[in-house]
Design a protein around this ligand. Structure first.
Ligand SMILES: *Cc1c(COP(=O)(O)O)cnc(C)c1O
Length: 365
């Protein structure tokens, strides 16, 4: 029997993307100068409701620039959630600062504000809030704590373009926001990232460091060590086309989630993504947590679904389990990580395919 392969993720590339990419290539502006860069940055800032947006080579370099802009010193500490993609922690390490992991909220899977306070020391400089799998972190509480302790807040919105709290978009809810535009994210530029901020000083600093910290007045004059973290005009052409479709992409993401809810609602062992009141989840990836599962059973489930043509992914492993960041185990992130998998969530998936995934998942559990 021939079974259809259903991938976890796949970008949606339409004639619009192809037209813009072709136009950028034909224009000769193939590196990091060009109209698509300007337009993409300008329109992304408008989309997020921020004063500034700055494109970068990827989400990790966006995060690195954001952390550099707040002036971290070696020995400073930055608070991060224990459950996130490794880039959140690594970007902190690039600056010489130390990341301190904090447990997550069991519903949103984002950092638990109640546990942040206990992790603050006199070395703490910043908090990175990650909007995990498309759900916004509790920015009101996080900003309150940051104000009390005089800390910077950075949003890692790599997985949450367009998510909102009280109708305000993530990326504009703290000092700096960063987004990834990798091929499997809500929108893509191939590789790429984008930073949002309302703070002119931070924006200027990040823009300078993105381009080798070259003096604006004197070409090839540099007074500090900078980086080449620029995006190309061709990538921005792809990004702009995607941005023009983002409302439609998010609508579809939310519809896919509804289909999964319908297909899995009768199985009490399965917990799906959460959406907090006043928040809009963009469901970057459909998440299921299976009650009482262990890593071993979870990994067997992934293998069994693969035999049915269904690609799934495990949740991230807790940062505190990684050899470079080893620290005490956090109860909720350990549990979510061992229970969780992501299901196919790409733009072009149809209702029938979702139904098939749901039926096979229930059978396999
Ligand atoms: C994807 C991702 C990043 C890094 O983005 P890249 O573009 O892959 O460098 C950072 N943080 C989180 C939470 C991510 O999911």
């Amino acid at each position: 029997m021939n079974i259809e392969f259903i991938p976890i993720s796949k970008p949606s590339i339409t004639d619009r993307e192809i037209a813009y990419i072709t136009d950028a290539a034909k224009s000769g502006w193939v590196s990091s100068l060009g109209e698509y860069i300007n337009k993409f940055e300008c329109n992304y800032a408008i989309y997020c409701g921020t004063k500034y947006a700055l494109t970068t080579s990827n989400g990790t370099t966006a995060l690195h620039l954001a952390l550099l802009s707040i002036g971290l010193n070696p020995n400073d500490e930055v608070i991060i959630p224990d459950l996130t993609f490794i880039a959140t922690a690594n970007a902190v390490s690039y600056t010489g600062a130390k990341c301190v992991q904090v447990d997550i909220d069991k519903n949103t899977l984002c950092i638990d504000p109640e546990k942040i306070k206990k992790a603050i020391t006199n070395k703490t400089k910043a908090i990175i809030a990650v909007h995990l799998y498309g759900h916004p972190a509790d920015m009101d509480e996080i900003n309150k704590i940051a104000k009390e302790f005089n800390l910077y807040v950075i949003e890692d919105a790599a997985e949450a373009h367009g998510a909102t709290i009280n109708n305000k978009k993530v990326g504009g809810l703290s000092d700096v926001g960063i987004f990834s535009l990798y091929g499997n994210k809500i929108i893509t530029s191939g590789e790429g990232g984008i930073i949002t901020t309302n703070n002119k000083k931070l924006y200027d600093k990040m823009k300078l460091l993105r381009d080798h910290a070259m003096s604006k007045k004197k070409r090839y004059w540099h007074t500090e060590i900078g980086y080449n973290y620029r995006m190309t005009n061709i990538q921005a052409a792809l990004g702009l086309a995607q941005l023009e479709r983002i409302d439609n992409i998010i609508l579809k993401k939310r519809m896919i989630f509804e289909w999964y809810c319908n297909g899995l609602k009768n199985d009490s062992r399965i917990k799906l993504n959460y959406e907090k009141k006043d928040c809009k989840n963009v469901y970057w990836m459909v998440c299921v947590e299976i009650n009482k599962y262990t890593y071993k059973r979870r990994n067997a489930l992934i293998k069994n679904l693969a035999l049915k043509g269904i690609e799934t992914r495990p949740f991230f492993y807790p940062i505190s389990d990684m050899p470079m960041y080893k620290s005490s185990k956090k109860v909720i992130s350990q549990r979510a990580s061992s229970h969780g998998i992501n299901l196919p969530s790409f733009f072009d998936i149809n209702e029938q395919q979702v139904k098939y995934v749901c039926d096979e998942l229930i059978k396999a559990i």
